[in-house]
Design a protein. Sequence first.
Length: 309
Amino acid sequence: MSRWRTSVRWVIGHRLHRSAVVILLAAAIALVFGLVTEGRSGSARADVPAGDLPTAQVNYESQPCASGAVLPSFTSFTLGSDFEVMALTDSGSLCAANPATPPSVQGDSVVEPPATVPYSSRVYGTCDLNNPSSPAESEGLDGCAPPLEIQSWPECARNLSSYTFTAPDGSQQPFPSSPVDLGSLVTSLLPRLPMLSTDLASVAPALVDAVPKLASDRDAVDPSLTQAVTSAFPSLMSELSEIPAASFEDGTRLELYVGDTTIVVFADDPNVADDAAALLALAKLTTSGLNQTAQDLQNLANSTSGCSA
């Protein structure tokens, strides 16, 4: 599966499923750490100003991890076998080049640096190559993106400090993003959760153990589930407020920074992105909890230190 699309989308905001990502070379070089993560999530549109877009084009592909490389650790997140009537259709783990290391240009060729940043991908549903409204087709790119994809990256390699663009005055500016209120998303999700996933027992086993009806009551919205879950996990809402989370690209890409891992949610529908992010946050908190203070999480989410061996 191609996942420089993921990294490259850090640069121009597109992700193309199982196809080489065509990007503008100047943007890849000018926005060295400006990866617009391969998904679309957010309530703010993160576009590179037209003047920054280059003329040359180059294909990028994810690849096997570089031989002998010391890879940063992270946790691979999933929504299980299905979510919102979409089956898990693809999954895998690969590596991408470190976004802090730009590709080198040798004549007419572009040479990618070694692939030393691992990530995992979970794809739900299938894309329609003939759909003119699909993200790729509507913007003149080849291929298409699946309706939902969950990526997990080492947070040291991909976080809020990764997304910048070069302004007309030459300064580096952050891509537009909006903070995400995970507490509100989880409160909205809980009464509907059994209707949206049939695999909760594997996604959030501690949650289902504490509230068994989550695994069986799938016929209608059940407002009592919110109280049942928050009673079983009294610190849930306060911990949700401590997780840094950001929304990009009109809410179609959401990112959660949970300490060692950046969880990236790409969805064509912002409502699906919200529900997926809420379940992933629930899975994290009810399975392993937070291992850092709120301030430490904020620092990690904005760190420019990169990954160390």
